[in-house]
Design a binder for this molecule. Structure first.
Ligand SMILES: [Zn+2]
Length: 221
């Protein structure tokens, strides 16, 4: 782990537990340009950690401080996501600059850092999210190449088993799970995370079955 301290942070809201983990991609051409931006006092953005393509982890903001990575967002009724989350930026050019798969060494560091964080906080599996999950109308990161299934297999987050669902209203099921039911791109964000093979933004049988699997996990745990 290396240090790349950012001045962009504040106090967390009082009496708020850290119970979310949020993944991002940097959406910039290089790791250095992303780190420069995350440390620039004029950018007003930051994250607790940044992981480069080679898997090197940079510590940027102390975990007990509120980093500025989520922006306007929503999850399970909460809108001040920065106060209750740890934010991890993962170096990748992103959808606008040549989105590419995440190298294995980088993903190994994502898994290891996440497991370390999960061992120190009480973070439910359904609160391990991507930026697009909590801001579906603004964000696409970390995107459909992010290997959520592998992460879940390592004990980080959820990968649901599809279940049969009767009378599926996909958007309201997703709102029950935690998504903002008022957002336009809720279904698209859910598919980007949980059904990356077909991101249509439309409800279909398979999406309904995956969503039913999500709900089952929440009620079972
Ligand atoms: Zn982001």
């Amino acid at each position: 782990m290396r240090n790349a301290y950012s001045p962009n942070f504040g106090p967390r809201r009082e009496n708020t537990p850290v119970d979310m983990l949020v993944f991002h991609y940097t959406g910039m051409q290089t790791a250095q340009s992303a780190i420069n931006r995350l440390c620039d006092p004029d950018s007003n953005v930051s994250a607790h950690y940044c992981i480069d393509e080679n898997g090197i982890i940079f510590s940027m903001v102390d975990e007990d401080k509120r980093a500025w990575h989520a922006g306007k967002s929503f999850w399970r009724g909460e809108t001040d996501i920065n106060s209750r989350s740890i934010g991890i930026e993962i170096v990748n050019p992103g959808h606008h600059l040549g989105y590419c798969s995440f190298p294995e060494g980088q993903m190994t560091s994502v898994v290891n850092l996440s497991k370390d964080i999960l061992s120190r906080y009480s973070i439910p599996a359904w609160n391990v999210v991507g930026h697009s999950d909590i801001a579906p109308d603004r964000k696409l990161d970390p995107g459909e190449f992010f290997d959520w299934e592998k992460l879940a297999a390592a004990g980080v987050g959820v990968w649901p088993t599809p279940r049969t669902s009767n009378q599926c209203n996909l958007k309201s099921t997703l709102a029950t799970y935690g998504y903002d039911g008022e957002a336009h791109n809720t279904i698209e964000a859910f598919q980007r995370h949980f059904r990356p093979s077909a991101i249509t933004g439309k409800s279909d049988e398979e999406s309904c079955q995956i969503a039913a699997g999500l709900i089952e996990m929440v009620t079972k745990i």
